[in-house]
Design a protein around this ligand. Structure first.
Ligand SMILES: C[S@@+](CC[C@H](N)C(=O)[O-])C[C@H]1O[C@@H](n2cnc3c(N)ncnc32)[C@H](O)[C@@H]1O
Length: 265
């Protein structure tokens, strides 16, 4: 996969030389290119922004500079998918990461100041290109670089060969099961007086799987009731349903609903 990131702070993306993503780049699994937006400016001051039409605080990034930059990095590639991080975008989830990981070429346009002139997204959509405006959460950052790091990390680790043991992607939080992951432990078995759950030392795989599933259900019910409400009831076994009922979740018309008055523990 190829990912181009365009930013006024290319050094911000240096972290992508590290760890698994850095290794994936070296191994040729991910062709990641970082570009300085100012390369496409034409004035002496290398200006990328201007005052907002209609007035107001701050500066807006110019569409002409962005248009030249995006055209150049797309390089006529019809598969190029434009991703614009913005706090007003759709909230980025694991489902978006999975969909983007199936693409061949992403171009990530990092905004600064009050953001990128709205005509940039409009122009590329009108040209028939896929454009995703995504938010990494309900808060406002100073620029799109942190969002680009998040996107590249979340997408990159799903590419074949990037994570050494693909099994470790299977049971993760936000995976196909729709649950948060169960708690995990390692050595020493007793730390600061705290023991690990005995079942994990039993060597009994079926019991360990059940224990993990129960903890995942409990943790999800406690921390992310929205995820419990979205579970596919048909994929829950009898034990899951009984545990969820104990936790205050009843099946109503094929969906799980929290019993009025039930308190998440
Ligand atoms: C200060 S923000 C602009 C905020 C904009 N005025 C608004 O209220 O929607 C500057 C840039 O940071 C990035 N950014 C800020 N918060 C973000 C978020 N939650 N998700 C993704 N990108 C974000 C975007 O690239 C945005 O163009």
């Amino acid at each position: 996969m190829r990912i181009d990131v365009v930013t006024v702070f290319p050094d911000y993306l240096a972290a992508l030389d590290l760890s698994l993503i850095g290794k994936a780049r070296q191994a040729g699994l991910l062709d990641l290119r970082v570009h300085d937006l100012r390369e496409w400016t034409t004035d002496r001051h290398r200006t990328v922004d201007d005052t907002p039409f209609g007035g107001g605080a701050g500066m807006v990034m110019r569409p002409d500079v962005w248009g030249c930059a995006i055209d150049a990095v797309l390089d006529g590639d019809p598969a190029g998918h434009l991703v614009i991080p913005t706090p007003s975008g759709e909230v980025f989830t694991q489902r978006h990461a999975e969909a983007l990981a199936a693409e061949q070429h992403l171009v990530v346009a990092c905004g600064r100041y009050e953001g990128i002139d709205a005509r940039v997204a409009e122009h590329y959509r009108a040209a028939g290109r896929r454009v995703s405006e995504v938010s990494i959460g309900d808060y406002v950052l100073n620029g799109g670089e942190v969002a680009a790091l998040v996107l590249v990390e979340a997408v990159g680790r799903l590419l074949p060969g990037v994570v050494g043991n693909p099994e470790s992607l299977v049971e993760e939080s936000h995976g196909a099961a729709g649950l948060l992951e169960y708690p995990v432990y390692t050595k020493p078995p007793v730390w600061d007086g705290l023991e690990i759950p005995e079942v994990l030392l039993s060597g009994h795989h079926a019991r360990i799987d059940r224990w993990r599933r129960d903890r995942a259900l409990e943790r999800t019910a406690q921390r992310r009731p929205d995820m419990v409400a979205a579970l596919d009831v048909a994929r829950l076994d009898k034990h899951d349903r009984a545990l969820l009922a104990d936790l205050g979740w009843d099946e109503v018309d094929g969906r799980l609903r929290r019993r009025p008055g039930a308190v998440a523990e």
